[in-house]
Ligand binder design. Structure first.
Ligand SMILES: [Ca+2]
Ligand SMILES: [Ca+2]
Length: 159
């Protein structure tokens, strides 16, 4: 089967490290090469995205991993799929919940160089939880998260 979008994706993947990929279908690119991909280079969650999609979990990506990753940036991806990816990307400790430590890291990355004081950070996290933590367990489940990204473009932007 001739799949045009897969061929285009492979060209982009190959362009990151032509000497490594060549005709090798199983080539794996190290994370620092992956991060040269324009969409990843400008994304504050670039490293997280590599790690989430890396089948070896260390950020190094095969072409298959890269193809999966492309769905994050695809306009055509359904909202629910984007929300699932965003949740995995934001769940830094991988416990399937967004706890305060995860939220802190997400906010830090979203703000870039505009650092919050510890107090402002706590306040912001408290506000997010008040709004979104429907069962009051102090962290956000996927269902709770899906609910807030419907309302907040800040989160959706990077999803
Ligand atoms: Ca977590
Ligand atoms: Ca909760």
């Amino acid at each position: 089967m001739l799949n045009i979008s897969a061929i285009i994706a492979h060209q982009k993947f190959k362009a990151l490290a032509p000497e490594k990929v060549g005709h090798n279908k199983n080539a794996k690119l190290p994370m620092n090469k992956m991060l040269q991909y324009p969409e990843l280079a400008v994304n504050p969650f670039g490293e997280r995205i590599c790690k989430v999609f890396s089948s070896s979990r260390d950020g190094d990506c095969t072409f298959e991993d890269f193809l999966d990753m492309m769905s994050v940036f695809s306009e055509a991806a359904p909202k629910s799929v984007k929300a699932e990816h965003a949740f995995r990307i934001f769940d830094f400790d991988g416990d399937d919940m967004l706890g305060t430590a995860d939220l802190k890291q997400v906010i830090d990355k979203l703000l870039g160089n505009n650092k919050l004081t510890e107090r402002e950070m706590q306040h912001l996290i408290q506000n997010i939880l008040e709004e979104a933590d429907l069962d009051d367990d102090g962290s956000l489940s996927f269902a709770e998260f899906e609910h807030i990204i419907d309302k907040s473009s800040d989160f959706a932007k990077y999803a």
